[in-house]
Ligand binder design. Structure first.
Ligand code: F0G
Length: 353
């Protein structure tokens, strides 16, 4: 990915490139989403779940870890709701350095915690939430023993903006609307920086409106106050005091976009809908952008009139992480599967057709 966009990244000939083949993810035209939205809109899904560790974090991590190596770092550190730690652990392994991850105890989706173990990170679970973990990481970062690879590291943002470049390169211009989930607010900051940079270099003729979606129980930017005990099924975006709060606000205001909320129920419904209508299986946090496009465009949601997304708009929804990372809700459904006798009759009865 770094090679593709080298001229836009803080990379010099002296930077050792630490890569796992991230980026160049599919931008999938969704016929069924476009049909459901109607009114001549075209909806595309940018599937970041197919990155090497299964989330968009790898775009930022390749740049952050390459720069850390250039500066002679021996150890990385991050706080995480799961995906940043999976990515940091993988890129640290690739670079041959150590990685410490500070996680809110009991709040990390199974697949993500498993990744941190598999890649050999030093894992510390703290009795607190993500915001507590990030506070500790900031303090440890000041000792000079570690490089922080959370999105407060500008190299992470620089890497993540390449997703916006890819979208413009593929569509031939920027979309009219870009929807994405918002947690610590690094990604919305990165996309907006990417779109602005490409526009300034005349690679696009317009800028999209950025629409960010927070989970209803973890929506500090929407409410404009810190949430002490954020709660949502979408554990990746269970954050009460986002680090890039100000930058996210700026992106929304400058792009004439908005920040909005989606309920856990709508998030899970959107996750199932996307898997079952398009074959794209994403984690609950990622489905916030799909729940968002439904909320803004579905005619049966009276509070959100048609006017907000005009006819014929080109809409991109980023889905940020792979569904296999966070299987707990679906595992509950799997437990209902009861075996039947291995005979034609019993199997036909079980199929019901
Ligand atoms: N979607 C997923 C799957 C995420 O893991 C995250 C953030 C977001 C969306 C929100 O992105 O924070 O840039 O606004 N995960 C971080 C982590 C916090 O630790 O993995 P954001």
């Amino acid at each position: 990915m770094i090679e593709r966009y080298r001229e836009f990244l803080p990379i010099s000939p002296a930077t050792p490139i630490i890569s796992l083949g991230e980026g160049s993810t599919p931008l999938i035209y969704s016929r069924r989403l476009s049909e459901r939205i109607g009114r001549g809109c075209d909806v595309f899904v940018k599937n970041e779940g197919v990155n090497p560790t299964g989330s968009f974090k790898d775009r930022g991590m390749t740049v952050a870890v390459s720069k850390a190596m250039e500066r002679g770092t021996r150890a990385l550190i991050c706080a995480s709701t799961g995906n940043t730690s999976a990515s940091a652990a993988a890129y640290a392994a690739r670079a041959g350095i150590s990685c410490v991850v500070i996680l809110p105890a009991g709040k990390i989706a199974t697949g993500k915690l498993l990744q941190a173990f598999a890649y050999g990170a030093k894992i510390v679970a703290v009795n607190g939430n993500f915001d507590d973990a990030l506070r500790i990481v900031r303090e440890l970062g000041e000792t000079g023993d570690f490089t922080i690879v959370n999105s407060i590291n500008p190299d992470r943002i620089a890497g993540q903006k390449t997703a916006a470049f890819e979208i413009v390169d593929e569509l031939g211009d920027a979309p009219d609307f870009h929807l994405l989930p918002v947690g610590n607010a690094g990604n919305i900051t990165a996309y907006w920086a990417g779109y602005r940079e490409y526009f300034a270099r005349e690679r696009s003729t317009k800028l999209p409106s950025m629409l960010g979606f927070q989970a209803a129980g973890a929506a500090p930017i929407f409410h404009d106050y810190i949430i002490d005990k954020p709660e949502t099924i979408a554990s990746a975006i269970r954050i009460g005091n986002p680090a890039s709060w100000k930058q996210a606000r700026a992106a929304i205001v400058e792009s004439r976009g908005a920040i909005d909320v989606v309920s856990d129920e709508k998030i899970l419904a959107a996750q199932s809908w996307l898997a079952q209508h398009e074959g794209i299986f994403v984690e609950p946090a990622s489905a916030a952008s799909i729940a968002g496009v439904f909320k803004w465009c579905d005619s049966d949601d009276a509070a959100y009139s048609f006017q907000k997304i005009p006819e014929g708009s080109r809409i991109v929804c980023t889905v940020t992480g792979h569904g296999l990372k966070d299987p707990d809700v679906i595992i509950r459904r799997m437990k209902e599967l009861k075996p039947v006798a291995a005979t034609m009759t019993d199997v036909r009865r079980a199929i019901g057709m």
